[in-house]
Structures are given as structure tokens and as C-alpha cells.
Design a binder for this molecule. Sequence first.
Ligand code: ENO
Ligand code: FE2
Length: 444
Amino acid sequence: MAAYLNRLHHISLHVSRVGNIASDLVSKLKFDLFAARLTDETRQLAFRRGAAVFVVNERPPHGGGGTESLPVTLNGTIDPREGWEAEEETTLDGDTCRRYLYGVDSPPHSNVDTVCNVCFEVRDVERSSRALRDLGCVLLVPPTVVRDGGGEVTYTVVRSIVGNVCHTLLDRSRYEGTFLPGFRDVAAQADASSCPVTHFDHITYACQTKTTAQVMQWYEKCFGFQRFYLHSDEEEAEGYVLKGEGIGLRLTAMEYWKCSKAGMTLSFGGEKEPDCKFVVAESLPGQGSNQINTFLQQHGGPGIQHIGLYTNDIVSTAQEMAEAGVQFFAPPPTYYEEVGKRQEIEAAGHSPERLSRHGILLDTDLRHRAHDQTTADADVRYLLQVFTKPIFAEDTFFLELIERQGASGFGEGNIRALWRSVQAYMEKEREEKGPASIVQRGRH
Ligand SMILES: O=C(O)C(=O)Cc1ccc(O)cc1
Ligand SMILES: [Fe+2]
């Protein structure tokens, strides 16, 4: 393995206008804006909820600076930090300053809004960068040091094998500021939400058919990722395959090298931070328009299709977000009436009516039922999920809320229900607005 990852640091988005997504993240999705870097050329804003951090980077219109002003509330709260020096950036081999700190100037497929950088903390940036280069990886930014009054951070950016995805690897062990050098603190909002989202649970890539094996090998070789079995029916070579009744999907998952868990960062309320898994999703051959193929087409290639946000209480989170205007997919109403579903939901201590109000799906993990006595309530392990509609103008990236009660993979019932809701949504859009409309439609 080339690079030893300590933890996931943040995920970044590249968008044409930071204002839309910034206000959605704050007012609808209950993230807090906590750091910002505003220059003549670009705007970078950092938002967090628990350990989940998003950085939104604004793409300047064809090389010029942005003209649109930020929502006033964001502008007004940036703390000027008396005496805080401006950032200073030097690459270890003497390169120039770049527009986006900790990212790349023009990620491939840069004409659509996209989520394209998963940034990790590593122990040794130079060594990791050298080892990745020796493996033939494309380094988009050589090891670079950024300093301000809070100390210094070294980073490098490597291109992933998946579409437009990049990984920034950084070492912030010599930095004492809130976020990263170059970012200023933004004062906390008084009416901060108590939304119980705690961390990123998983990141799902949409990939081309028959490319999963290559993707898995790349992550294993470069970062020591290991296979994670999503389901008891999963075959090693095949992954978790769902087919029939209109679905044709292959899912394969991985997680970072186990030793990273023994380590270093205890930043999650003093406890070891839970891992974020990576899921590779591809369409089975011969499929028509579906969730994966639509992503590939509208995104302009493979990339991050969705991110699962972990919450301790999905019902209250979905309720708060729905009230704030987040649109969730709802399964067909018959879902909650299917044979055994009501009993399954009630056995897990939930109310079918409350779950159906927000389109929350529940899947029980039957694997452990018969023999596992290790949990207090040994026989019910389940997970709850709900999916937002796409958050950009295209039918590409969406978010998911997930609450796990002992179940670590994904449930077939939930995936099928999601697939059917998305299929119905895409068909309805096509009927209402004609085939070209999905691409041209404005944001929600
Ligand atoms: O179920 C989940 O949350 C997953 O992440 C699996 C998945 C991946 C891709 C899809 O298009 C649908 C489901
Ligand atoms: Fe997911």
C-alpha cells in the first residue's frame, strides 16, 4: 500500500454558484458554516455537522472572479480575526499559488456541479505522494505547504481511478487553527440546530459496467482498502447483485485499512471515529435508463453518486429537514402495507405511519437472528434509510440519511424500494417535460 490514511477529513463539492448549495446546506440540511476563504478569484466555504464536513468550492465563470454576492447572513458573520496573517503557500518544489486551496483548479467534467474530492488526513504527505507516484498514480498537486497564524499544513492531491474523483491527502498535525490555513473562522449562528447527524456513513460511486474490479484493486493498492461484505448473499467475485423486477445493480464495498482504526485520531467526542465505507455501484450489462446510467450520462462520467449521512435519530432528522424544505423520495404507498412489513417495522419499535410520513425505509438484517446473542436485544438488527431527491440541477448527486441499529450492510428491500421510486420519478419527469427536460431543468 502506498498511503496510510488516518481519517476522512472532508468532502468537497465544485459548483458554479456557491450561494444555492450554501443556503441549502445551512437552512435545509442543518449544517453549520464554520470556516470560509474568500478571494478575488474564488470562494471556498466549509460546513459541518458532527464529524461530517463539506467544503463547497465555487468555480469562477470562465477564469474570471465570481460576481454574485453571497447570502448576506454568510457574509456578515465571517470573523476578520485581528492579526491573523494571510495564508502563504509554497510547493516543496517551488510551484505557484493556486486558486483552490486543498483542491484542483479545474477538475475534469467541471461544467456540472459535482462532488469530487474526498480528503483524508495522512501521517506523511511526502512519502505518500512519492509512493503513489511510483505506483503510476496521477498527482494533480505536488506536496505543498500552506501556512497562516495557526501553523502549517502539508497537502498533495492525487487523482482517483474513478471519473473526476480526486483525493487530497493532508497532514494537519502542525496546525492549531479551527480548520485549515487560509480559512477564516465564521462565528457560530445563534440558532444552531440540534440535528443528530454525526458523520459520513458511506460514499457511493456510480461506475461504468464491468469496472468494479479495477476500482477495488486501485483502492487496495493505493490506500490498502479492504473488501467489506454488504450482504450474506454476496459472492466474492460478483459483489452483491440485485436483479429482476426492473433492477440490475452490482454493489461492492470497501473500507480503509483496518490498522487506521488502531490509531491516532480521537476526534469524535473522545471516541474512535466510525469509518466511512466506500460503495461501488454499477449497472448490470444491457440495462436501459436507470439510476446509475442516468448519473453517468448527466454527470459526464463516473463519480460520487450519493453520500450517506449517519444520524442517531432518522425520524426526527427527516422531519426537521422535510419541514425546512428537503425533498425526499417516497417509496410506493404499498411499501408499508406489504405482507410482513408492518410487523417488521413494529418489531423494531417503530410506527409504520411515522416512517411513511417521510418515506423512511426499514430493513431487518436476518443474518444474526437465530444465533447471535451478543447484543442486549439479540434478535432485531435493522437499518433505516431515506434518500433526498438530487440536490443539483442535474439528476446526479443526492444525499441519504441512515440510522443503523446493529446492521452494518444494506438491505435488499430498501435498495429495491429506492430503485423503484427513482425509476418512477424519472419516468414522470420524462412524461411531464419531454426527454430533453431532465438535463435542462432548473434546480429544485
Ligand atoms: O442502499 C444504499 O444506501 C447504497 O448505497 C446502495 C446503492 C447504491 C447505488 C444505488 O443506485 C442504489 C443503492
Ligand atoms: Fe447509500
